[in-house]
Design a binder for this molecule. Structure first.
Ligand code: COA
Ligand code: AMP
Length: 633
């Protein structure tokens, strides 16, 4: 399949069956598929129907059978606990099979859902792979989410079991997870029969007899379990992601398409060979963690770094360079915000020069727009290709990238380069008409999407259609705006909906508004994502009080900050709100959030023709400037 980018790209579009059939030869199947692309139920496309495989087998057992028992699979590097632990493919097989046995003895089996609420420890990866081994469907919930968010996911996924740990460690803070889990289970309607809890040295969780089981006890008593063949189209996992409302979307990932696409991506996008060391400095709670900490490196027979630390402060801005040189990382994948954090503390790259980075070949960044300044700084400091690539939880792997293993193309800062083979990326106007290069519009993907992308939402085909397909029939709506330049390079300019991106974390302003609206003094509110030079965006609330409400506005704002923190989580970074007399609206009553966001970012804004009362914009401008946003008067 080696060849230059345009040959591969064209082949993938002209003859997707042939292209992906060839890629699927790199995956081990128990039963061969009868169809590569099954379009018998449009617009619900499926890949490799009729086939049976096991993702865990492909990620572990297969490599052990091929003699790689002693090769390193995982390097757990945890500066917050002072630990470095190497796990070979052979050891990983032993641990995962044993935990798979523990899951079975707790009553979870093929087709059952299992929620994981875990910090960045090897047990998280072991639990995910153990689910895949027995055909159970995992759903990992990011540790930074508060109990109500966890409860929403428990009620939707209805897990047989929950796996957690006594605590997470955030820099120098110990976060007790068990009280958060207990609280979530108090709030949820669905009550799973069992919870397995990994006790860490830093905190001891109290276990509820009859319901909670200690991880080590479960492992000790378990019989190792083998791999269960599952259908290519069976779900491997559900990952909830923020949409425009408080109800997150349960993105489903299948087994077959996912394994094929991820294995392909390791070689052709990331230029990684089996045996190389790949590091995605993300979290297993996010899609980047699922795809590139856990599944892709292992499917490819490479080694992966599981890093429990931050880019700065654990202990210093040299943390990433220490890990890269100590373990021999060939490619690092992280979010631009991590680089902005490093740049802020080490603008001249003094820490970079302390380490031997000669084995470090490529830096990949994604998760939010890569601003040209950060791109430039990273390129100047590291003197290696800095590869921006664009994707989302829904797709599970990159939509647009510079495919370093196919043919590195010239880099243009600000652009994630060109569509990856398999993806037909188009720019549409409001009516769904394709726009020429140079014109900004809505970024959409022509159906069918390639393997590995979401086939639907969990138990909700209708919502899948409504959220992604109905808007522009024949296309998948990405939620992003952007354009192609004259050379066919794609530029992604930001979301056109109410999703925001804070420090690489995808959040819903709608969810924050739902929380704020429950405050007894609040009549109505709007939350927007305002540009922030460090975290990319930060949420800012605009609140209209109920008639007759008086009192100190600072107390109200403190209440709202606390509410969002307790109900969504600290990761929302909701710290600023201001009271306004009215919100700007269209004549039909829709809040003009887009206009407010532009004003907050200091752009020149003409009142939209649909606005009900343009004078409100002046009031909003004044309120914004009182908290440091918008154009200085
Ligand atoms: N568990 C519990 N709390 C968490 C958490 C977790 N897993 N992750 C974050 N939080 C908390 C933080 O402790 C912080 O709490 P605080 O308000 O009490 O200080 C809050 O959520 C905000 O966290 P964050 O936005 O991450 O800020 P930070 O200052 O701790 O770190 C960065 C800033 C840039 C270093 C960090 O956000 C980062 O590394 N981002 C990269 C994101 C990423 O990997 N995205 C995935 C796509 S590749
Ligand atoms: P998530 O689902 O958390 O991965 O977030 C996906 C969203 O992050 C996308 O829809 C984009 O808005 C944004 N995003 C991810 N990668 C990039 C990128 N390279 N450039 C611009 N925006 C990006």
């Amino acid at each position: 399949m080696a060849g230059n980018y345009s040959t591969s790209y064209e082949e993938s579009i002209k003859n997707p069956d042939k292209f992906w059939d060839k890629a699927a030869q790199d995956i081990q199947w128990y039963k061969p598929y009868t169809k590569v692309l099954d379009d018998s139920r449009k617009p619900f496309y499926r890949w490799f129907t009729g086939g049976e495989l096991n993702t865990c087998y492909n990620a572990i057992d297969y490599h052990v059978e091929k003699g790689k028992k002693d090769q390193t699979a995982v390097i757990y590097d945890s500066p917050v606990t002072g630990t470095v632990r190497r796990i070979s493919y052979g050891e990983l097989l032993e641990l995962v099979s044993r935990f798979a046995g523990a899951l079975l003895s707790c009553g979870a089996g093929r087709g059952d859902t299992v929620i994981l609420y875990m910090p960045m420890i090897p047990e998280a990866l072991i639990a995910m792979l153990a689910c895949a081994r027995i055909g159970a469907i995992h759903s990992v919930v990011f540790g930074g989410f508060a109990p109500p968010e966890l409860a929403i996911r428990i009620d939707d996924a209805k897990p047989k079991l929950i796996i957690s740990a006594s605590c997470g460690i955030e820099g120098n803070k110990i976060i007790d997870y068990k009280p958060l889990l207990d609280k979530a289970l108090e709030l949820s309607r669905h009550k799973p029969a069992r919870c397995i809890v990994y006790q860490r040295k830093q905190a001891n969780a109290s276990l509820i007899p009859g319901r909670d089981l200690d991880w080590n006890t479960a492992m000790r008593d378990a019989k190792p379990a083998g791999c269960v063949p599952v259908k290519s189209t069976d779900p491997l996992y559900i990952l909830y992601t923020s949409g425009t409302t408080g109800m997150p979307k349960g993105v489903v990932r299948d087994n077959g398409g996912h394994a094929v696409a991820l294995k392909w991506s390791m070689k052709y996008i990331y230029d990684i060979e089996p045996g190389d060391l790949f590091w995605a400095a993300s979290d297993v709670g996010w899609v980047v963690g699922h795809s590139y900490i856990v599944y892709a490196p292992l499917l490819h027979g490479a080694a992966t770094v599981l890093y429990e630390g931050k880019p700065v402060g654990t202990p210093d801005p040299g943390a990433f360079w220490r890990v890269i040189s100590q373990h021999g990382v060939k490619a690092l994948f992280t979010a631009p915000t991590a680089f902005r954090a490093i740049k802020k503390e080490d603008p001249n790259g003094e820490y970079i020069r302390k380490y031997d980075l000669s084995g470090f070949k490529n830096l990949f960044l994604a998760g939010e727009r890569l601003d040209p300044d950060t791109h430039q700084w990273a390129s100047d400091m590291l003197k290696i290709p800095v590869v921006d690539h664009w994707w989302q939880t829904e797709t599970g792997w990159a939509i647009a990238a510079n495919c370093m293993g196919l043919e590195p193309l010239p880099i243009k800062p600000g652009s994630p380069t060109k569509p990856v083979p398999g993806y037909r990326v188009v720019i549409l106007d409001g009516e769904g008409k394709e726009l020429p290069n140079g014109t900004e519009g809505i970024v959409a993907l022509k159906l069918p999407l390639p393997p590995g992308t979401l086939p639907t939402l969990w138990n909700n085909d209708e919502k899948y259609k409504e959220s992604y397909l109905d808007m522009y029939p024949g296309y998948y709506f990405t939620g992003d705006g952007g354009y192609y330049d004259r050379d066919g390079y794609l530029y992604i300019m930001g979301r056109v909906d109410d999703v925001i991106n804070v420090a690489g974390h995808r959040l819903s302003t709608g969810a924050m508004e739902e929380v704020i609206a429950t405050h007894p003094d609040v009549a109505e509110c709007a939350v927007i994502g305002a540009a922030d030079s460090f975290k990319g965006q930060l949420p800012v609330g605009f609140v209209v009080l109920k008639a007759g409400v008086t009192g100190d506005q600072r107390d109200l704002v403190n209440d709202l900050v606390k509410m969002v923190r307790e109900q969504i989580g600290a990761l929302a970074c909701f710290k600023q709100a201001v009271v306004v007399k009215r919100l700007p609206k269209t004549r039909s009553g829709k809040i003009l959030r887009g206009t407010m966001r532009k004003m907050a970012d200091g752009e020149d804004v003409k009142p939209p023709s649909t606005i009900d009362d343009p004078a409100i914009l002046d009031e909003i401008k004044e309120s914004m400037s009182s908290i440091g946003y918008g154009k200085k008067a």
